[in-house]
Each structure stands twice: as structure tokens, then as C-alpha cells.
Design a protein around this ligand. Structure first.
Ligand SMILES: Cc1cc2nc3c(=O)[nH]c(=O)nc-3n(C[C@H](O)[C@H](O)[C@H](O)COP(=O)(O)OP(=O)(O)OC[C@H]3O[C@@H](n4cnc5c(N)ncnc54)[C@H](O)[C@@H]3O)c2cc1C
Ligand SMILES: *[C@@H]1O[C@H](CO)[C@@H](O)[C@H](O)[C@H]1NC(C)=O
Ligand SMILES: *[C@@H]1O[C@H](CO)[C@@H](O)[C@H](O)[C@H]1NC(C)=O
Ligand SMILES: *[C@@H]1O[C@H](CO)[C@@H](O)[C@H](O)[C@H]1NC(C)=O
Ligand SMILES: *[C@@H]1O[C@H](CO)[C@@H](O)[C@H](O)[C@H]1NC(C)=O
Length: 460
């Protein structure tokens, strides 16, 4: 007897799924609002083109970002395709190396330990390069400057946090390398690594014929989302310019650092389990400082691209890269700092940073004529309220259980971004795959009514 009524309800559901925007709101509201146009947000459209993307900055790409420096474009965010030449194909690699043919170079770290420079101020006899011995993992960490520099390169240079913070249980071995291979390729193309995001966006968003820039009403730039209200019937998203947008669902792709800040207010507040997961995970800071010189004074040639500075202060301008192959005549060096050094450097004027770097270089190359740098570029991802750091890192004491909760939806609010990646948090390919996966979780619920989200047990 109840059958006809049930049928009707099913029909209405089926209908409303197909024509939801007009049926539900009567105002042509989009099905899904995506917050953020980084690579994960752009990928999260999968399955429905009835979307609206709200991006806080004036461009897409997020943490894939080129910047002009010394008359070349350098990458201030992601630079490498990490995990290549292994059993499985890293999804970013064919886009970079085949489709777009972005100029790239395999990074060779094999001879790195032969390129360690001591801090000459503290050494009676100073040799430019010191020979390294095999490293053992010491319970309290290594204590000599050279061992600290190598330890820093091994862990911090990858995770942007020291091994006493990083959960080695969840990161060694790292799925990125066991799945996709141990090789990493440095992208050095004037179109920028971000052209991967432009390419992916161009698959479904319209581009301006002349400039090639995305020009589509479904992408709104300079829209800073400040408030997300959600209920069982839909979501309302408010932006800083006081615009209001309604949709059936919202997909939040802003970084973990943004979620840890008060930039976006959720109404009602997110549940305690979700807030806890957000605060338990780490947003690390990784800073790529580019410096330009009037001439080269550093060694070049095979096995010389990467070199280390061994200071008594761990992580003090420790990892260096020269660009003989990538940017042949630019006379540019890259030095990378992380974590506390990054935060310290972001807060001081660039000329102070430059002065510190000059002192370090003169200590590394006491026999060379080291000219003053003519230009310096210090990216500030940590102070930027739209990022609040560079990428997520898995801290000690956080299990798979809390990690899964980072991705879990809350009612009609869905989450994506590198920090929600099943296996590859912190990476471009992680963000890419997370975008696709999160969209699938949403589609399964919205279209197939498969809404159960499995969070693995705490001790699985
Ligand atoms: C310095 C640095 C070096 C890195 N190096 C590498 C590397 O070599 N290899 C690698 O694989 N990965 C690297 N990464 C990591 C990689 O860049 C990221 O994992 C990936 O780009 C993240 O993409 P996403 O879509 O998750 O986030 P994002 O790119 O951060 O996209 C989120 C978007 O949301 C926007 N947004 C934030 N808040 C709001 C708001 N309130 N309203 C509207 N929009 C908002 C942001 O502007 C941004 O565009 C690096 C990152 C950094 C910062
Ligand atoms: C990248 O592409 C080039 C040119 O097509 C090819 O020769 C090379 O083998 C590719 N590299 C890898 C690691 O796949
Ligand atoms: C938005 O609204 C608030 C409160 O009504 C107001 O204080 C603010 O100036 C408005 N901002 C803009 C950009 O209009
Ligand atoms: C790098 O190190 C290996 C092994 O130590 C050595 O055989 C090789 O010659 C070195 N390569 C360069 C370019 O120095
Ligand atoms: C940096 O510049 C400021 C202002 O021009 C100056 O006062 C300061 O002394 C400079 N610092 C260094 C280390 O050169």
C-alpha cells in the first residue's frame, strides 16, 4: 500500500538530483561551491560542472606559483614532481613531461655529502669540502654541525619539520616514493609549474581567446570566504565583500593552516572531533629564498648542484642549490629554510636576511671573492592569511584515525586539499588526487545516496 508514495518520493529525489538548482532554490543556485582554486579545488569539480569556485586571491594555482625574479620566473611554491620512475605513475608526471612538456631536470642528491661546507668561524683548519662518514640515527639527534646538516637535509628538507616532530612511523618509508619511485624532477619552465593548474582548469572552464586566462562565470577571483552556514537543506557562503552565495554543498579546499586560523567561520561551529583533527595535524613552513649575484663564485659541474652548510645552529641556511642547468646565466642561488627559521625570517626585513646570507656564504667560501647579492626574494607563505604555511606534515602521536577525520565531511560541508590526501599529504600529486577523491565522496552521497564516510578505527 505504501508503495506508490515511496515511488513518488524516489522520483522526486531522482528528479531533484538531475535538476536540483532550479527545483530547490528556484534561483539557479549552483550545486556545489568550491572554496579555493588551487589544484585540489580545480579537480574537485569532477562529475558536476554546476559549480561556483570562490578564490581569495586574484589568480588560480594556490601554492603552485611562479614569480619573476632576476628577469626569470622562479617557483616560490611547489617546484618538484616528487615520485617518478617507480612502479606506479605519478599523475602529475605525464601532464608535466608529456602534455605540457614543461622543462624539467632530474635532481641528483647522490654526491651531496661530498659538498658540505663547514662554518669556518668555529673551525681552526677550514677545508671547503669535508668528507662524510655513514650516518646512524641517534636517539637525541646528531650533535656535530656536519651530522646536523645531513640530518636536516634528510628530514626537514622534505617535511619542513624536524624528526622529533614528524611521525616517522607514518612517513618512513614515504608512500610517495614507494608508490611512484625515488626520483624527483625539478620544474624550471617560464610558463611556471602552475600551468598544470591552468591546463586542468581549461578542461572545463572557458578561457579568454586572447590571453588564454580563465574567463568563466563559474570562477570568481578576489572572493575571500569568511563564513559558511550549513544545514540539512543547503549552504550559504559569505565573502569579505559581503556577497552571499547559496548552494546545495560546499567543498572547502583552503589549506590546513587556513582551517587552523579564524579566516572562515562555520555556522554552526564544526563538531569537536573535526576541530581536534584540524588542530592535531601540523602546517609546516618551508621557505625558498632566491639570491642573485653579479657573478658566480660557487663550484659547478656534475654532482655539485646541491650543497650543505654545516652550522652549529641546526637548519641555519643549511641547504643550497645552484642552477647551472636550469637558469644558466642568471647567477642565482636558492637556499631553503624551514620551521622556526622560516618564521623568524618572514618577520625580519629582507636586507637583514640578505646580510645573514652574505655572512654565511663568505664563511663557506673563505678563499673566493664573494660579491654582495644584488637581489633577494623571500616568499612569505606563513604570514599570508590565505595559506598560513606551506604544506601539512604528519606529527608524532597522530594516527590514521585523526588523519581520516581531516577529510571527513560535516553535513553538507566537504573538505579537500593536500592535507586530505589518502596517502600523499604535502604534495602536488596529493592535492590532485585529493580533489578527485573528495569530489567522489560528495557525488556518492548526493547522487547515489551513499553517504556513510568510513573513518578507520583508532587502532587499525
Ligand atoms: C614553498 C612550497 C614548496 C613546495 N614544494 C613542493 C614540491 O616541490 N613538490 C610537491 O609536490 N609539492 C610541493 N609543495 C606542496 C604543494 O604546493 C601543495 O601540496 C599543493 O599545491 C596544494 O594544493 P591545494 O589545492 O591543496 O591547496 P592550495 O594550493 O593552497 O589551494 C587553496 C586555495 O584556496 C584559496 N583560499 C584560501 N582561503 C580562502 C578563502 N577563505 N576563501 C577563498 N579562497 C581561499 C587559496 O588562495 C588557494 O588558492 C610545496 C608548497 C610550498 C608552499
Ligand atoms: C620525459 O619526456 C621526454 C621527451 O618525451 C622523454 O625522452 C623522457 O624519457 C621522459 N622522462 C621520463 C622520466 O619519463
Ligand atoms: C560588510 O558589512 C559589514 C557589516 O554590515 C560592514 O561593516 C562592512 O563595511 C561591509 N564591507 C564591505 C566591503 O562592504
Ligand atoms: C659521486 O659519487 C660516486 C660514489 O661516491 C662517485 O663514483 C662519482 O664519481 C661521484 N660523481 C661525481 C660527479 O662527483
Ligand atoms: C635595512 O634597511 C633599513 C632601512 O633602510 C636600515 O635601517 C637597516 O640598517 C638595514 N639593515 C641591514 C642589516 O642592512
Amino acid at each position: 500500500m505504501a508503495k506508490p508514495a515511496t515511488m513518488v518520493i524516489f522520483l522526486v529525489i531522482a528528479l531533484s538530483i538531475a535538476h536540483l538548482p532550479s527545483l530547490l532554490a528556484g534561483t539557479g543556485r549552483p550545486r556545489v561551491i568550491i572554496v579555493g582554486a588551487g589544484i585540489s579545488g580545480i579537480l574537485a569539480e569532477a562529475g558536476t560542472t554546476d559549480i561556483l569556485i570562490l578564490e581569495a586571491t586574484d589568480h588560480i594555482g594556490g601554492r603552485m606559483r611562479k614569480q619573476s625574479f632576476a628577469r626569470i620566473n622562479v617557483e616560490i611554491g611547489a617546484n618538484w614532481v616528487e615520485g617518478v620512475n617507480g612502479g606506479k605513475m605519478n599523475p602529475i608526471w605525464p601532464i608535466v613531461n608529456s602534455t605540457l612538456k614543461l622543462r624539467n631536470f632530474r635532481s641528483d642528491f647522490n654526491n651531496l655529502t661530498q659538498n658540505v661546507y663547514r662554518d669556518c668561524e668555529f673551525t681552526l683548519y677550514c677545508f671547503g669540502c669535508v668528507q662524510m662518514h655513514a650516518m646512524a640515527i641517534l636517539p637525541n639527534g646528531p650533535s656535530s654541525p656536519v651530522d646536523m646538516a645531513v640530518d636536516y637535509f634528510t628530514y626537514d628538507y622534505e617535511f619542513a619539520e624536524p624528526p622529533r616532530v614528524t611521525s616517522l612511523q607514518n612517513t618512513v618509508p614515504l608512500p610517495t616514493f614507494t608508490d611512484f619511485g625515488d626520483d624527483t624532477y625539478f620544474v624550471a619552465d617560464q610558463r611556471g609549474y602552475e600551468s598544470v593548474v591552468h591546463y586542468l582548469a581549461g578542461q572545463y572552464l572557458n578561457a579568454d581567446d586572447k590571453s588564454g586566462n580563465i574567463a568563466d562565470a563559474r570562477l570568481k577571483l578576489n572572493k575571500v570566504v569568511r563564513e559558511i552556514s550549513y544545514s540539512s537543506t543547503g549552504v550559504t557562503v559569505k565573502t569579505e565583500d559581503n556577497s552571499t552565495y547559496q548552494a546545495d554543498y560546499v567543498m572547502v579546499s583552503a589549506s590546513l593552516g587556513v582551517l587552523q586560523s579564524d579566516l572562515i567561520q562555520f555556522k554552526p561551529q564544526l563538531p569537536a572531533w573535526k576541530i581536534l583533527a584540524i588542530y592535531q595535524f601540523d602546517m609546516a613552513v618551508y621557505t625558498k629564498i632566491f639570491v642573485k649575484f653579479p657573478k658566480k663564485f660557487w663550484p659547478e659541474g656534475a654532482g655539485r648542484e646541491f650543497f650543505l652548510y654545516a652550522s652549529t645552529r641546526r637548519g641555519y641556511y643549511a641547504v643550497w642549490q645552484e642552477f647551472e642547468k636550469q637558469y644558466p646565466d642568471a647567477n642565482v642561488l636558492l637556499v631553503t629554510v624551514t620551521d622556526e627559521e622560516s618564521r623568524r625570517i618572514e618577520q625580519q626585513p629582507d636586507n637583514q636576511t640578505k646580510a645573514e646570507i652574505m655572512e654565511v656564504l663568505r664563511s663557506m667560501f673563505p678563499d673566493e671573492d664573494v660579491p654582495d647579492a644584488t637581489d633577494i626574494l623571500v616568499p612569505r607563505w606563513w604570514s599570508d592569511r590565505f595559506f598560513q604555511g606551506s604544506f601539512s606534515n604528519w606529527p608524532i602521536g597522530v594516527s590514521r584515525y585523526e588523519y581520516d577525520q581531516l577529510r571527513a565531511p560535516v553535513g553538507r560541508v566537504y573538505f579537500t586539499g593536500e592535507h586530505t590526501s589518502e596517502r600523499y599529504n604535502g604534495y602536488v600529486h596529493g592535492a590532485y588526487l585529493a580533489g578527485i577523491d573528495s569530489a567522489e565522496i560528495l557525488i556518492n552521497c548526493a547522487q547515489k545516496k551513499m553517504c556513510k564516510y568510513n573513518v578507520r578505527g583508532k587502532h587499525d
